[in-house]
Design a protein around this ligand. Structure first.
Ligand code: ZN
Length: 53
């Protein structure tokens, strides 16, 4: 069995409206800091900062 315990499913929420728009997988060992990505928010209709929740 693969080492599933090191991979987390995280939600990415828009920093402007707070909606959860994306899900991503994150490796606990390589990505210890909070994720923060610029992605398109369809509610704000623009690219905003999306943060891990
Ligand atoms: Zn938004």
């Amino acid at each position: 069995m693969a080492k599933k315990e090191n991979v987390l499913i995280v939600s990415l929420a828009c920093s402007q409206c707070g909606r959860h728009n994306y899900h991503t997988r994150k490796n606990r060992q390589t990505m210890r800091q909070k994720l923060s990505l610029r992605k398109y928010c369809r509610w704000c209709r623009k690219h905003t900062e999306h943060k891990e929740v």
